[in-house]
Design a protein around this ligand. Structure first.
Ligand SMILES: [Zn+2]
Length: 429
């Protein structure tokens, strides 16, 4: 397939180029001006359209979609731990295979619409652990997305469930070492729900598979205090001691990490994921973005995978924070997610150059002012939004064309999900 006359946008470093793209066998095999159609090649004219790499959501929970509109707890949660106990740990206990699948399917449909083609998911379903990652994989595959999946190992449900969590991670990693669309990470909930022997087992898996541990770190100060008071140690030192921090490890939030702790964590090569919408919604505090180094990416923590919106909200929140980072910082974090997934897949995502995977989005944006390499980020933050994504391609195939999901009955997916949500809510009460 030849994509002609489009304008290629690269956020970091900022570049605006007119070039044609040749796509074959799931990859971009050429990117240059005036490519000539070859015999039998389909040509798609993208005159007036902008093309960007498909986006990465570096931390999310696909299991949370069916919570939308759900009745809140009788006594509203007063702090972060109560939010977990009264809402999310009730929901995850009630998840069965059917709910896991439909929740993931709803999120996948939305991600595709928003131009997000890769999801790093963090899953929990204590009453349906075995093969739960396959249910998510299956749902994402209906839509054609790529992902890095894991199960949130924890000690909060006892040893049997903990072992099942460890096994599910190991199973998924070993079964997906060569998959073009999926990789496994080693999932863990958070330091404050993990005993030393469990951290030891997680660290051993990380060593065995040269893997990354995906867990929440210092989302709320309670996590830091648990390490300091109950375990009499520093949270980062505790994770380091058991081999949890590797060059592929994914530390979600990092809101309450000190400068020294962030330096120590990132010196191991671990990634920190900023989730501005979720942090604001849970009122856990403002993450010290000024201290986040290069290995920092952007996630939605269960909110829909609209990375345009996450980037904007993160930017605005920073503007009023009194700890301003540069204008390019949030887009840099969005782009860094591409580097993170590249390390899992062993190939470079997030570019529109030859040899890159053909994961791309096409935007219908009419700039009211000149759009150049110098001011691209101004257009991105103040002009563009996910509603402008008209086509989405993953692995060289159009999965959304003219805002219609290809081969997918979206209405049916949503109405089936609503039926499943009703049953799920009933189980929760
Ligand atoms: Zn999370």
């Amino acid at each position: 397939m030849l994509l002609t006359n489009g304008t290629l946008l690269n956020l970091i470093p900022c570049r605006v180029d007119r070039a044609d793209l040749r796509v074959q066998n799931g990859d971009i095999i050429a990117a240059a001006k005036n490519l000539r159609p070859q015999k039998g090649e389909e040509t798609v004219d993208l005159s007036g359209k902008y093309i960007m790499p498909g986006m990465v959501n570096a931390h999310t929970h696909l299991y949370s979609a069916l919570a939308r509109g759900m009745a809140g707890p009788h006594h509203p949660p007063r702090n972060f731990l109560e939010i977990l106990r009264k809402v999310w740990w009730k929901l995850d206990e009630a998840l069965d295979d059917e709910a896991i699948y439909h929740s993931a399917l709803v999120c996948s449909v939305e991600a595709l619409r928003y131009g997000t083609t890769m999801l790093i998911d963090h899953h929990a379903s204590p009453n349906s652990i075995r093969n739960s990652l396959d249910a998510i994989k299956e749902a994402m595959s209906v839509v054609g997305l790529r992902g890095v999946l894991c199960y949130e190992t924890t000690d909060r449900g006892g040893k049997r469930r903990r072992d099942a969590g460890l096994e599910e991670n190991e199973r998924f990693i070993t079964e997906n070492t060569n998959n073009s669309h999926f990789r496994g990470a080693i999932g863990a909930h958070a330091s404050f729900t993990l005993n030393d022997d469990t951290l030891q087992a997680l660290g051993e898996l990380a060593r065995m598979y040269d893997g990354g541990v995906h867990l929440h770190v210092a989302e709320d100060n309670a996590d830091v205090e648990d390490a300091a008071k109950r375990r009499r140690t520093d949270i980062v030192k505790r994770l380091q001691k058991f081999g949890i921090l590797t060059h592929k490890s994914i530390l979600a939030h990092g809101v309450h990490l000190s400068k020294g702790q962030l330096v120590a964590a990132q010196a191991t090569g671990a990634w920190v994921i900023h989730n501005p919408r979720s942090n604001m919604n849970n009122a856990v505090g403002y993450a010290p973005l000024v201290l986040f180094g290069d290995r920092a990416a952007l996630g939605t923590d269960g909110f829909p995978a609209d990375m345009f919106e996450e980037c904007k909200l993160g930017f605005f929140r920073n503007q009023e924070s009194g700890h301003k980072v540069g204008f390019t910082r949030l887009p840099e974090m969005l782009q860094a997610g591409q580097k993170l997934v590249s390390s899992f897949f062993g190939r470079e995502f997030g570019t529109l150059e030859a040899d890159a995977p053909a994961d791309l989005i096409v935007l219908d944006y009419n700039p009211p002012t000149p759009l150049t390499s110098e001011n691209l980020l101004g257009h991105f933050l103040f002009g563009m939004n996910s509603g402008m994504v008209v086509h989405t391609m993953v692995n060289g195939e159009w999965r959304m064309w003219n805002r219609e999901l290809v081969g997918i009955d979206e209405e049916k997916i949503m109405s089936e999900a609503a039926g499943v949500a009703k049953k799920l809510w009933r189980r929760m009460t």
